[in-house]
Design a protein around this ligand. Structure first.
Ligand SMILES: [Fe+2]
Ligand SMILES: [Fe+2]
Length: 215
């Protein structure tokens, strides 16, 4: 059973109503009627071509990157979120790898991992643009100046362990963003971090939900 309300921020997000409904019914057969009634959680899903997809982004637009003034201190914090060990680049690569190795009969989880990775790519872009506005160069290293390392990726050996690692990654990301939010006074950056945290909370919920269908 899904852990209702476990870190999931409420009814305003697209994941609301998903628990207990079961996974998406899979990719429609070629030529299947597009007007066929979606089942279970797919009622709230978006459709991409012939594939039924769960929306992996929280509702609402992303703020345009903006800053009140250049700040090397704030740029350093955001570089950690960008390409530090537990940053967005690690999330993109980890979910992309997990997407590639999902067993065929769980294609909906492969789709979910891909959709979340795409949202993380958006986060990377928004953070990179903000880092530039703060006066720094958004190269792939963290606050400590150490280059991003593929060994940061939790590859793991089976889907259950992978999704557990993905849950941990989202929990860690939320904690890091909340810590950086408390250290940054710039209201523009705070608005961006708030929006990104909403996505990460949805990802945490979706990965926990998917775990219920994996032995
Ligand atoms: Fe992210
Ligand atoms: Fe995420």
């Amino acid at each position: 059973m899904i852990e209702q309300g476990s870190g999931f921020p409420g009814s305003g997000l697209p994941g609301a109503g998903l628990p207990g409904s079961g996974p998406p019914s899979g990719r429609p057969e070629a030529g299947a009627s597009e007007s066929a009634a979606p089942q279970g959680p797919v009622r709230r899903a978006v459709r991409t071509g012939q594939r039924q997809r769960i929306c992996a982004a929280a509702p609402g637009p992303y703020p345009d990157p903006a800053v009140k003034a250049p700040s090397p201190e704030y740029a350093a914090l955001l570089l950690d979120d960008f390409a530090g060990r537990d940053g967005e680049l690690t999330a993109i690569c980890q979910y992309s790898y997990h997407h590639l190795v999902v067993p065929d009969h769980l294609a909906w989880i492969a789709d979910l991992l891909e959709d979340v990775a795409i949202v993380e790519m958006r986060h990377l872009e928004l953070l990179g643009e903000t880092i530039r506005l703060l006066g720094a160069d958004p190269r792939f290293y963290g606050e400590d100046g150490v280059s991003w390392d593929a060994r940061s990726v939790a590859y793991r050996d089976n889907l259950r362990l992978q999704l557990e690692a993905d849950v941990e990654a989202e929990r860690g990301a939320i904690a890091q963003y909340e810590r950086h939010f408390s250290l940054i006074a710039d209201p523009h950056i705070r608005q961006l971090l708030t929006r990104i945290i909403a996505d990460e909370q949805l990802h945490l919920f979706l990965f926990r939900w998917a775990l219920n269908y994996v032995r």
